[in-house]
Design a protein around this ligand. Structure first.
Ligand SMILES: Cc1cc2nc3c(=O)[nH]c(=O)nc-3n(C[C@H](O)[C@H](O)[C@H](O)COP(=O)(O)OP(=O)(O)OC[C@H]3O[C@@H](n4cnc5c(N)ncnc54)[C@H](O)[C@@H]3O)c2cc1C
Length: 451
């Protein structure tokens, strides 16, 4: 037998796969409960889409009327960022789509997140890709990772899938689904990029002179009093330029530097983010679109005359891929009715926001009632693998409901819940489905979750 075929074995109580927003908060929550927790991440840094795909800013911690419905570890992260000058906190969204958005500095975020993981006693393993699982009956015994040390089996009692793509679920044979009903098409991928040297005073001035060229909810009359945080529009410029990208507007957000913006305009449709060949095409197409859009902005958009590209995301942003089939699938009707559930473990005030899988636009649906909907614990529990929980982008929802639960603050909130539930499952020696919900909710409230 060759050296490489001997897998090293490491024992833990909880193994969490994927160090994005959901995995970070899941690991902190589990670690704080005192169970042996390992967080595995394929890249050399944490943050998931926030760092690897430059997703920015975080939206949203609040309802439309300004009630904060996501707190807990997510808010602690924002507080720690603010202490280190890495975020101004929650600001009004000048796109007008939501009440607040939360800018942050991605480099400070990575350090804050790893500090918090260390303080919670979490063992973090970077540069480690999960590519297999060991099963007994319908229970995961171990996940297999490959890294520079070779192959390792991470054994644990409970596993949390925060890979975004539900990789652990898929590898374990847990039921998963992908995309919308019927054609399985997912929301488009987007290659994000930053530009510096933008004259934001000029952008603001243009918006005040031409409000009709911007999203109808843009608070143009307030722009003199609040910082410009986001811009959605320049419809006429976009239409006239005829850039070969299938969308209908320019969308960007300001910061973290004063003359800097993060541009969310590229759109790669019809490709499957769980297929390596499709992903390869998406990365290449995304980068081509970045150059075309940057040239358009410099040439045609007021305020961008002296701007230049300062960063392109290391990987294309993936809005949607696989998700688990859980004991409940959150649906569009639940979201827009602002439905409440007895087994609530997180809330969100972000509307449904579907970037069309095949068309140009974005389909939005807003939340009625008090402006927030509940996410039930059952959405986090695999329906057929007994010791598997999911959090973040790959929880159990419909295609439409995913278009709100996938937002970063919501992923942080479901992450905290999944990590807490995984730890309780170990401590109470009960599989996740049998963890008493009132006990889980009590622990979440102790850690300041807004449920
Ligand atoms: C284009 C785009 C725009 C967006 N805009 C916004 C926005 O403006 N505001 C906002 O709040 N949210 C936005 N989002 C949503 C948000 O960024 C993501 O949905 C969120 O990051 C999902 O968090 P997650 O932790 O579930 O997964 P991810 O962030 O995808 O993290 C998953 C982690 O798992 C790791 N991983 C994956 N597979 C494996 C494996 N097999 N082994 C080991 N590690 C693995 C990955 O490297 C990654 O670090 C946007 C997303 C996209 C793509």
């Amino acid at each position: 037998m060759s050296r490489s075929s001997h897998a090293k074995i490491v024992e833990a109580d909880v193994v969490i796969v994927g160090g994005g927003p959901a995995g970070i908060t899941a690991a902190i929550a589990a670690g704080r409960q005192g169970v042996r927790t390992i967080l595995v991440e394929r890249y050399g840094f944490v943050g998931g889409m926030s760092t690897a795909a430059m997703v920015y800013p975080w939206m949203t911690f609040h309802t439309d009327s300004g009630e904060q419905v996501i707190k807990g570890i997510a808010q602690e992260i924002v507080d720690r960022l603010q202490e280190r000058g890495g975020s101004p906190g929650h600001l009004r969204d000048t796109v007008g789509f939501v009440h607040t958005l939360t800018p942050y500095h991605p480099e400070v975020y990575q350090v804050v997140a790893t500090d918090m993981l260390r303080e919670a006693g979490v063992k973090l393993l970077l540069h480690s890709f999960v590519d297999g699982v060991e099963m007994t009956d319908n229970t995961i015994c171990a996940v297999r990772i490959t890294n520079k040390s070779g192959r390792t089996e991470l054994r644990a009692k409970v596993f949390v899938d925060t890979s975004g793509d539900a990789d652990v679920a898929h590898l374990s044979g847990a039921e998963t689904v992908q995309g919308r009903d019927g054609d399985r098409q997912s929301q488009p991928m987007t290659m994000k990029f930053r530009m510096r040297g933008v004259d934001l005073a000029k952008v603001k001035d243009y918006m005040q002179q031409h409000p009709e060229d911007f999203y109808e909810k843009t608070p143009v009359d307030q722009l003199s009093d609040i910082p410009l945080t986001g811009v959605s529009g320049f419809y006429s410029h976009w239409k006239k330029a005829n850039v070969p990208v299938n969308r209908d507007q320019v969308l960007f957000f300001t910061g973290p530097a004063e003359d800097e913006v993060l541009i969310n305009c590229t759109r790669v449709q019809g490709l499957d983010a769980t297929n390596a060949e499709d992903l390869t095409r998406a990365e290449q197409e995304g980068r081509k679109q970045v150059l075309m859009i940057a040239e358009f902005l410099q040439r045609d958009v007021p305020g961008f005359e002296k701007a230049s590209i300062s960063a392109v995301a290391p990987q294309i942003g993936i809005r949607e891929s696989r998700r688990i089939v859980g004991h409940y699938a959150l649906a569009k009707e639940d979201v827009i009715a602002g439905r409440k559930f007895d087994d609530v473990i997180a809330r969100s005030g972000y509307p449904i926001d579907i970037h069309d899988p095949s068309g140009k636009g974005v389909v939005a649906a807003f939340i009625a009632g008090d402006g927030a909907y509940d996410i039930p614990y059952r959405c986090l529990i695999s329906c057929n693998v007994r010791n598997l929980l999911a959090a973040g982008r790959c929880i159990s929802t419909t295609h439409e409901a995913l278009a709100t639960t996938r937002l970063t603050p919501s992923c942080m909130a479901t992450g905290q819940a999944a990590g807490t539930a995984a730890a309780l499952s170990v401590l109470l020696e009960a599989e996740p489905l049998l963890v008493p919900v009132d006990r889980l909710q009590e622990e979440l409230r102790k850690e300041k979750a807004a449920i």
